[in-house]
Design a protein around this ligand. Structure first.
Ligand SMILES: NC(=O)C1=CN([C@@H]2O[C@H](COP(=O)(O)OP(=O)(O)OC[C@H]3O[C@@H](n4cnc5c(N)ncnc54)[C@H](OP(=O)(O)O)[C@@H]3O)[C@@H](O)[C@H]2O)C=CC1
Ligand SMILES: N[C@@H](C[C@H]1CC(C(=O)O)=NO1)C(=O)O
Length: 326
């Protein structure tokens, strides 16, 4: 059939990852990359076209699904509601506490425009969210645990980079090995947020910025760092480039429960990622396929991954999937 025409809004780690992911999906094509910067400054591989974000409004007939690759801290809260009025969209909004608010802000314009807007796709929120729902639904008598890392959180790194006085930075999430051991031993421990992970930031300051002011702004940041023991290390740009340019991550969702007094059951879903952004982008692209189908079926407004039937993610028809259910 015809290819699905994809636009990329925002060209950072995710934007580059979506470009790679499209190349792995023969039923998709990249129409263009849209940026708030000067498009001429983007070096796009493969001859892809770069446009300024302001051009998007002229391209509504050229794009089936627009994948939003901005940052959750401050880009997506304004970009997704605005662009969901013009396009079918997919975003990776991951400020968990604000997902209901983001959903409402996106649902109104998308519904009015007859568009389909999937929010908070990715792995957490996203694939881990789905596996937490599976675990709780399949094993109602049980406990769910989520651990991330050790790895680079893009949401937290984006949030660090938005702090005034920060020129560049990354954030690593480090899980508690003793907490994981207790979970794996079947102790079903009650663990506070602070007992499960610590966060470690590496920051390059802008000239003249006050290190103590920046550190305080990071460690007290609501929804990102205030509930965790967080350390902030100040380094120079050369060290950041040489020691912190790869973005591995991963983690797992664990559900341990009892189906009877005599039978304990365990479900585990895990990810080991050499590139957090490339994996996340692969999820966004698969969900773009589903959003395209959902819009064609008249399913409009804001959606989350909970609303998407798994078969819609596949390029195969329902008949093919049934034939291959082995
Ligand atoms: N749900 C999930 O599982 C996951 C969600 N995420 C989300 O993805 C979001 C984006 O992550 P990521 O792509 O790493 O963020 P980046 O910081 O790489 O990019 C964010 C935006 O910043 C702008 N930008 C990028 N590079 C530069 C630069 N050199 N100079 C100036 N501006 C730049 C781009 O916008 P423009 O081109 O318009 O300038 C881009 O869209 C995160 O905030 C996180 O919330 C990430 C991973 C997993
Ligand atoms: N959204 C996360 C994906 C995972 C990683 C994470 C963390 O390290 O806190 N939480 O969720 C990201 O931006 O990388």
């Amino acid at each position: 059939g015809t290819t699905i025409r994809i636009g990329i809004a925002g060209y950072g780690n995710l934007g580059r990852g979506v470009q790679s992911a499209i190349a792995k999906n023969p039923d998709m094509e990249l129409v263009g990359v849209y940026t708030r910067r000067d498009p001429a400054t983007l070096s796009l591989p493969g001859g892809a076209s770069a446009f300024h974000m302001d051009e998007l409004v002229k391209h509504t007939n050229d794009i089936d699904v627009l994948i939003l690759c901005g940052g959750s801290k401050s880009d997506l809260p304004e970009q997704t509601p605005a662009l969901a009025a013009l396009f079918n969209t997919v975003d990776s909004f991951d400020t968990h506490a604000k997902i209901p608010e983001h959903f409402a802000a996106v649902d109104a314009p998308a519904t009015t425009a007859g568009k389909t807007a999937l929010i908070s796709a990715g792995w957490d929120p996203g694939m881990f969210s789905i596996n937490r729902v599976y675990g709780e639904a399949l094993l109602p008598d049980g406990e769910t645990y989520t651990f991330w890392g050790r790895g680079l959180s893009q949401g937290h790194s984006d949030a660090v980079r938005r702090v005034p006085g920060v020129a560049a930075g990354v954030q690593y999430t480090i899980p508690s090995t003793e907490a994981i051991a207790k979970v794996r031993a079947g102790d079903r421990p009650t663990l506070s947020t602070r007992e499960k992970h610590v966060r470690e930031c590496f920051v390059v300051l802008e000239d003249g910025a006050d290190a103590e002011v920046v550190k305080t702004a990071i460690v007290t940041m609501e929804h990102y760092f205030d509930q965790y023991e967080t350390t902030v290390n100040f380094i120079d740009a050369a060290t950041l480039a040489s020691e912190h340019s790869s973005m591995p991550h991963g983690g797992f969702v664990f559900r341990s429960g009892n189906t009877s007094d005599s039978h304990a059951q365990v479900i585990e879903y895990s990810l080991t990622l050499q590139s957090n952004p490339e994996f996340t982008s692969s999820v966004l692209v698969a969900y773009a396929r589903a959003v395209h189908k959902m819009n064609q079926a008249g399913q409009i407004g804001a959606k989350t991954v909970f609303d998407v039937a798994p078969g819609l993610l596949s390029p195969k028809s329902p008949e093919q999937l049934r034939a291959e259910m082995l």
